[in-house]
Design a protein around this ligand. Structure first.
Ligand SMILES: [Zn+2]
Ligand SMILES: [Zn+2]
Length: 343
């Protein structure tokens, strides 16, 4: 079978390897159909991911595949069904794991990032405990979007009750868009999403996010006044991973408000801790997702509450993996979700 290997920063090679090993009793063999290229994959491609820096690496943690075979003990899935799986490998015994917060396991590894290989290959073996069934009504494209959608499910759960709250989401890429859609689904009053690129804000509108602000054309404070008026905003999700976005939401959120950190900071940002203390702000981390977030994401994507199709901007085949990165490099403004098709 074929697999795409990120041999070192800047170099993806396609290689031919033996068919996958025999599956164990609790395992499932998937024929991979779609793999999403994630922002963190791009950071890894450039050798700039703050924690995922293992090479060579077979990437791919967002995917949809068809069940080819299941082990003797597997009850969740049968051959012919569609499936994906959570990519995290956890120890199960550390304090976080024992509390059920295995997404922050002290020994967390992520398939295709800082862990064993990911799904950028024709066949991939997943264990039943991390697998999720994708209903027949969903496409493989949608299956590959469940991982980023689960980030939206988890981070908006972290923020607490969003009913009647005004919300800002910084960054209208895949994650920001999905976070904003989840904030709306969870009953937020008004949700404003920001970016510097009009086409991404147009996609946000297509996905039902009505309030947008292009911060290349309008200041953050003008935008929040225009959208929220005197009410201001009570919750922000920082999905850019940049100093300027973080400074704006911490400076702009209402006193006593909440800022959820989602972005990956290539540069460690500076935060005015005195301001944070005096205004009694809550700054909350959000790390990936847990199983229930996958299940909720599947449910809401299947019902059409969360829209993923408008986010897919390009397709490349597995053989063109390197071209996909080159395309993203040359067209960072236009590429939102690039999907790898695996024939
Ligand atoms: Zn991802
Ligand atoms: Zn653990």
């Amino acid at each position: 079978m074929k697999q795409a290997v990120l041999k070192k920063p800047g170099l993806v090679e396609i290689r031919e390897v033996a068919a996958p090993r025999e599956i164990k009793a609790n395992e499932i063999l998937l024929k991979i159909h779609r793999v999403g290229v994630c922002g963190s994959d791009v950071h890894m491609y450039y050798g700039k991911h703050p924690f995922a820096n293992t090479y060579p690496m077979i990437q791919g943690h967002e995917y949809g595949g068809e069940v080819i075979a299941v082990g003797a003990d597997v009850t969740l899935l049968k051959p012919g069904m569609k499936a994906t799986a959570r990519p995290h490998l956890v120890c199960g015994v550390c304090p976080a794991c024992k509390r059920g917060q295995y997404n922050v396991c002290q020994d967390l590894k992520v398939e295709g990032c800082a862990g064993p290989e990911g799904s950028a290959q024709e066949y991939f073996i997943i264990p039943e405990d991390r697998a999720v069934l994708i209903p027949d009504t969903m496409t493989y494209d949608q299956a590959a979007m469940i991982e980023p959608a689960a980030v939206g499910a988890h981070s908006t759960r972290r923020a607490g009750d969003l009913h009647d709250k005004n919300v800002v989401v910084t960054g209208a890429g895949t994650i920001g868009n999905l976070v904003a859609q989840f904030a709306i689904a969870r009953g937020a009053k008004k949700v404003m999403i920001t970016d510097l690129v009009d086409s991404k804000l147009e996609k946000a509108k297509v996905c039902g996010i009505r309030h947008t602000a292009n911060l290349a054309k309008e200041s953050f404070s003008d935008a929040t006044k225009r959208v929220f008026g005197e009410e201001g905003f009570q919750v922000a999700f920082e999905a850019v991973g940049a100093q300027s976005a973080l400074t704006e939401v911490i400076g702009g959120v209402e006193n006593g408000g909440t800022v959820v950190i989602i972005g990956v900071y290539v540069q460690n940002p500076v935060v005015n801790m005195g301001f944070l203390g005096e205004h009694e702000l809550n700054v909350i981390g959000s790390m990936m997702y847990r199983h229930e977030d996958y299940l909720e994401a599947i449910d809401l994507v299947d019902k059409g509450v969360i829209k993923t199709s408008p986010l897919i901007t390009q397709y490349f085949s597995l053989d063109q993996y390197h071209d996909a990165y080159k395309f993203i490099e040359a067209n960072a403004d236009q590429a939102i979700k690039v999907i790898i098709t695996v024939p």
